[in-house]
Design a binder for this molecule. Structure first.
Ligand SMILES: [Zn+2]
Ligand SMILES: [Zn+2]
Length: 345
């Protein structure tokens, strides 16, 4: 890997990765010849890669879009090992992070207004490309984000997807510090949401179906805890200005709409198995909203990393060596991670 030549590589310089050979199959060692480094591209030597629930969905082809061999991994941190000619803003050896999105057109309406994930030409890091369970990756440098010095790589890696996913709704739906914020689910996404919402200045209520998570939720920064499956407990938590649902389970959505204060918003970032059933009248009287959100644009990513550095927000991460990627994936698949798995080089 020593050479930064921009034209091809020697066979021994292939990128070594862990790939699923087919739907739901365990990952196996896999090597590939990377595409030539374009003028705006960077190559990153990966030191850490978080394991997101989406990686499990990709390996298992739950969304019907996976292509194999599939190298998962889109919560990547590493150092720049090679640069294209047109990369003025990064330097060799600099620590950067890469999330779900690896590229976009950068010129459409959505791209020029900081909403790159909405671009028609948006490219996902591990769909049609090989992801971060690997020694290296090459991406558009405009989607490689400098990691502030104050952030530790292991706890910061999950910010690149999980963190931005829960930070963007606070930013984009104008959540303010005097608001009451409910976070449904105390897991990979939820624990980060609690930390961000607390640091944002809000009064935070954690909702979880697991009573055991009471203490953990308060330690993470929640002011209150409520059982998510107990309609009475949800009712007692009424008056929430913003509720962020991070769970992948069907909930009594009506109870959560009722728990919103007038003008409140229920934002969904987790994907439950069934459609959300909401009575129109429950929204109309109190002018309530239901919305969704996914990742965040480049501006939001920079803001999120800066905010996390200032407020010491990071993931509670369990690290395993990259060679144990299958163990890490299984722990995420079966919701046994506390709270986020991170693979290390
Ligand atoms: Zn993800
Ligand atoms: Zn675009």
């Amino acid at each position: 890997m020593g050479s930064s030549q921009q034209t091809g590589r020697r066979a021994e310089d292939r990128i070594h990765a862990h790939a699923a050979p087919g739907k739901g199959k365990p990952l196996a060692p896999f090597a590939y010849e990377p595409a030539p480094l374009g003028p705006h591209d960077v190559e990153v030597a990966i030191s850490h890669c978080g394991v997101c629930h989406s990686d499990v969905h990709l390996v298992d082809n739950d969304w019907g879009v996976s292509r194999y061999p599939l190298v998962p991994g889109h919560e990547i941190i590493g150092t720049v090992s090679a640069l294209g000619e047109g990369v003025p803003h990064l330097s060799r050896g600099q620590r950067v992070g890469i999330g779900w999105q690896r590229g976009s057109c950068l010129s459409c309406h959505y791209c020029v207004t900081g909403r790159e994930p909405l671009c028609d030409a948006n490219q996902a890091t591990c769909l049609g490309h090989y992801g971060g369970f690997a020694t290296h990756i090459r991406v558009d440098s405009r989607f490689a984000f400098p990691i502030p010095d104050a952030l530790d790589s292991a706890t910061a890696a999950p910010l690149l997807c999980g963190g931005i996913t829960v930070f963007s709704p606070l930013r984009d739906f104008a959540v303010t510090p005097q608001m009451r914020v409910g976070v449904v689910g105390v897991g990979g996404l939820g624990h980060l949401a609690i930390r961000f919402a607390r640091a944002w200045g809000c009064e935070v209520t954690a909702f979880s179906s697991t009573p055991d998570k009471h203490d953990a939720a308060l330690q993470l920064g929640a002011h209150h805890f409520a059982a998510s499956t107990d309609r009475g407990a949800v009712k007692r938590a009424a008056g929430q200005d913003f509720i962020l649902s991070t769970v992948m389970a069907d909930l009594d959505w009506g109870a959560y709409i009722d728990a919103l204060a007038p003008g409140g918003t229920l934002c969904v970032v987790g994907v439950p198995p069934s459609a959300l059933k909401v009575e129109a009248f429950s929204l109309i009287g109190g002018q309530k909203r239901v919305c969704g959100s996914a990742i965040g644009g480049r501006a939001a990513m920079g803001e999120m990393l800066g905010f996390a550095a200032r407020h010491a927000v990071g993931a509670q991460a369990e690290c395993l060596p990259m060679a144990e990627a299958n163990t890490a994936l299984d722990r995420v698949r079966h919701n046994r991670a506390r709270f986020r798995m991170v693979l290390t080089a």
